[in-house]
Design a protein around this ligand. Structure first.
Ligand code: AMP
Length: 198
């Protein structure tokens, strides 16, 4: 684990716990000499995470599209800020640079990024660990919905197991280190499910 990409809110959220968790994660990454890869903004949970990593002596790579730079939310003092043309280029570069992916609490952007990277894992595009930090139970309902997706047979148990969950950064990083990617063969699973319906 040399670099971990973190998806998180461009807002601070309603509770101090969310920003506090970002600070703890930044410190843990620095302590473990893991470079933070993130969306390059100075706002919300994102900005606190980057600042905490830098303050703890860690390395940070920000990847931001030009358009968001123009909205003046970029962390312009980052030693390594990479400016790309589009959101798609940003996500592809963040994925390429990173050995694992963590979602802290966040909004639509955070969920979109998390689910895209999980979908890529599911399709075998990468075999890197993906997980979320369930700070103050923020993701309980989402995890419940994932279980319901399994019950309703839109997601299988191997895919569900790809979502690693912890409440504290150290525990999640440990789970990433022990992670063995499943041999998720989505095509075979779809064929099996289709056969069962006939
Ligand atoms: P959200 O969860 O909707 O606040 O979006 C946060 C995620 O989307 C981050 O991980 C970023 O990659 C991206 N994002 C959304 N808004 C911004 C912004 N203003 N500046 C930089 N990145 C953003």
């Amino acid at each position: 684990m040399k670099r971990i990409c973190v998806f998180c809110g461009s807002s601070p959220g309603a509770r101090r716990d969310y920003v506090q968790a970002a600070v703890s994660l930044g410190q843990k990454l620095a302590e473990n000499e893991i470079t933070l890869v993130y969306g390059g903004a100075i706002v919300g949970v994102m900005g606190k995470l980057a600042q905490a990593t830098l303050d703890a002596g860690g390395h940070v790579i920000g990847v931001i599209p030009k358009g968001l730079m123009d909205m003046e939310v970029a962390f312009t003092n980052l030693p390594d800020l990479r400016v790309v043309n589009t959101m798609h280029e940003r996500k592809a570069l963040m994925a390429e640079l990173s050995d694992g992916f963590i979602a802290l609490p966040g909004g639509l952007g955070t969920l979109e990024e998390l689910f895209e990277i999980l979908t890529w894992a599911n399709l075998g595009i990468h075999r890197k660990p993906c997980g979320l930090l369930n700070v103050s139970s923020y993701y309980d309902k989402l995890l419940g919905f994932l279980d319901y997706m399994v019950e309703e047979k839109f997601v299988n148990t191997a895919q569900r197991a790809m979502v690693l969950v912890a409440e504290h950064p150290g525990a999640l990083i440990e789970r990433f280190r022990d992670y063995v990617p499943p041999n998720a063969d989505k095509a075979a699973w779809i064929l099996k499910m289709t056969a069962e319906l006939q």
